[in-house]
Design a protein around this ligand. Structure first.
Ligand code: ADP
Ligand code: MG
Length: 576
């Protein structure tokens, strides 16, 4: 049987396409405030936006008649018909924002327009106005959205954990802070102010606010271009990179967009200056004639399509390169290869007085030579065993250790193996309470972004058992006072940021946070694939691996060791 759906059901279904989560409410309401010409937008959320999203602005407000119409489907003051689509300058124009929110929540709306004598209060439930009265209010609009998805339990179930929804709100909010530098924005979660951008803050200080001072300090301004797309913005120096791509943000005609073409252009500009797996930060603004992009994109689909992809890509990458020119010296200092070739040249004869540690005490000169510290805990070396085995150990592809034996060979993944060794060392010392913590001579100050703070707040305590001592230093600053001894020579800032980035992807309620931190720290401290090792280093690593409880997998479950027997070889060569 075919049913014709009633209006209520149609609206609920349509709402699902525009309003996916609390952050979509925040986005739709702020866009309306901006379109209304506001110079100040204040947002308060409770319970990560599920209980309440309140947006108050000082924009043009609405008359009683307009306020009543505003929450109807396809009600918009921004275009009259499709002929105006090409020239639309506002963020909204589809007339779907308010009606979609109203279909899935309870709304209090208070508004007052410039020339009205009094303001208007409306209460809406299930998309219908159920209460209306005049009320006092200065020019502007306040919209309170309560109990999101209260009437669509299936959608409510799909919401992610609170911290994720809040992070998403912070991300959405941060984009408006960046794209509209002439507007004051304030975001609070309950009593706590998460972000507050005032009008006297320029783009660079707003980048600092949104993405963390550490990103802002390392940014370069793209010189004003006179090219077709009027590109401007900030990019990070090649030396200040991150583990994820989250801090590449693009705006076209003031609207946040996602585009592979734009990301590719950024990497074009940084070509050969990035270490593998590292990503630059970029906040880019472009003006592209609406005739050259698809304007009628779905509101929640942020992907943008260009008619002339190549010219966009070329212009953006040369604009970014122009930013580098101003700081040539810095750009030339591409990270040195981590290990000098001297490390590979291995002394065959071992002098008995030689210390059997992986460069335990690195002196300044070895660092100057570009040698990477090997922060591995020393084990008691068995010199005899080493002498016996040393001839039969090789490193292949700077990644695999091959031991030749009578009945085949054993291949070890150096990174996975070392991860396992460190993971067990760490876990043991935590269990026994003997934490090897190293105080930093120069504590490392971190300036986190608002969303990093949300993660950090949740995990600072879990860092402690590992030997990290991280302290809150007011607002969004944290100071690393001590670190686990095994990573004392690593780039601490990068280590902590990378850990935050990995943890932010996880559901803290479902994982053992300390164990996860141990894994991440072990991974960071471990020898990398691509690091050349001396025979001695290989030998020690294998000895340590032998001493592990679970030597055959890394902490993430990947194999550490592969056995290739003569039997196997015979099979492969079809001898049997
Ligand atoms: P759209 O933004 O696509 O026009 P919305 O449903 O989001 O559709 O809003 C409908 C209309 O309500 C807008 O066109 C605008 O006239 C009015 N409106 C909504 N929010 C505000 C606000 N904060 N201030 C003034 N007018 C508003
Ligand atoms: Mg709108």
């Amino acid at each position: 049987m075919i049913n014709i759906l009633d209006e209520k059901s149609i609206n609920k279904i349509a709402a699902g396409e525009v309003i996916e989560r609390p952050a979509s409410v925040v986005k739709e309401l702020i866009e309306n405030s901006i379109d209304a010409g506001s110079t100040s937008v204040e947002v308060e959320v409770r319970a990560s936006g599920v209980n309440l999203v309140r947006v108050a602005d000082n924009g043009c407000g609405m008359s009683v008649e307009d306020a009543e119409k505003a929450c109807l489907a396809h009600a918009t003051s921004k275009i009259k018909d499709a002929s105006e689509l090409e020239s639309v300058k506002t963020l909204g124009f589809r007339g779907e924002g308010l009606s979609s929110i109203a279909a899935v929540s309870q709304i209090d709306l208070i508004t007052c327009s410039q020339d009205a004598e009094t303001g208007t209060y409306l209460y809406l439930e299930n998309g219908k106005i159920t209460s209306k009265r005049p009320t006092g209010r200065a020019k502007g609009t306040t919209i309170e959205v309560r109990n999101l998805f209260y009437n669509v339990p299936a959608r409510k179930k799909f919401l992610r954990k609170e911290a994720t929804e809040l992070s998403e709100i912070v991300n959405v909010f941060g984009r408006f802070i960046l794209s509209h530098t002439d507007i004051e924005f304030k975001l609070s979660h309950g009593d706590r102010v998460l972000l507050h951008a005032t009008c006297d803050m320029d783009l660079a200080s707003r980048v600092g606010l949104v993405m963390g001072e550490d990103v802002a300090l390392s940014s370069l301004a793209i010189p004003e271009t006179k090219n077709r797309y009027k590109i401007r913005g900030l990019v990070s120096t090649p030396a200040a990179t991150r583990k994820d791509r989250k801090s590449q943000i693009f705006f076209i005609n003031g609207r946040f967009v996602k585009s592979r073409v734009l990301n590719d252009a950024v990497y074009d500009a940084y070509r050969s200056m990035l270490e593998r797996g590292r990503h630059p930060s970029a906040v880019i603004f472009m003006n592209v004639p609406t005739s050259q992009i698809d304007v009628n994109v779905h509101p929640t689909k942020l992907q943008v399509k260009f008619n002339e992809e190549n010219s966009v890509r070329k212009e953006l990458s040369s604009a970014i390169k122009a930013a580098f020119v101003s700081v040539k010296e810095e750009v030339v200092s591409i990270p040195e290869p981590k290990i000098s070739s001297e490390v590979i040249a291995d002394p065959v004869v071992i002098e008995s007085q030689e210390e059997f540690t992986y460069t335990e005490n690195i002196d300044k000169t070895s660092l100057d030579k570009g040698e990477a510290p090997r922060p591995v805990k020393p084990i008691e070396p068995d010199i005899q065993a080493f002498n016996q085995v040393s001839g039969d150990i090789f490193q292949v592809g700077n990644c695999y250790i091959v031991q030749v034996e009578d009945d085949g060979m054993v291949i070890t993944d150096q990174h996975a193996a070392h991860e396992r060794v460190l993971y067990e060392l760490f876990s043991e010392s935590i269990l026994s309470g003997k934490i090897d913590s190293q105080n930093l001579l120069f504590p490392v100050k971190l300036e986190l972004s608002a969303s990093q703070v949300i993660v950090m707040d949740k995990i600072t305590d879990s860092f402690r058992p590992l030997g990290f001592q991280i302290e809150h230093f007011g607002d969004r600053s944290y100071v690393v006072q001590a670190v686990p001894a095994v990573i004392k020579d690593s780039d601490i800032k990068t280590v902590v940021y990378d850990i935050l980035s990995d943890i932010s992807e996880m559901d803290l309620k479902k994982i053992d946070v300390t164990d996860e931190l141990i894994k991440l720290t072990a991974c960071r401290a471990a020898i990398k694939a691509g690091d050349p090792l001396s025979k001695r280093e290989m030998f020690y690593l294998l000895e340590q691996l032998k001493g592990c409880d679970l030597p055959f997998t890394c902490p993430h479950g990947r194999p550490t060791v592969l056995n290739v027997t003569v039997e196997e070889l015979e099979k492969r060569f079809r001898r049997t």
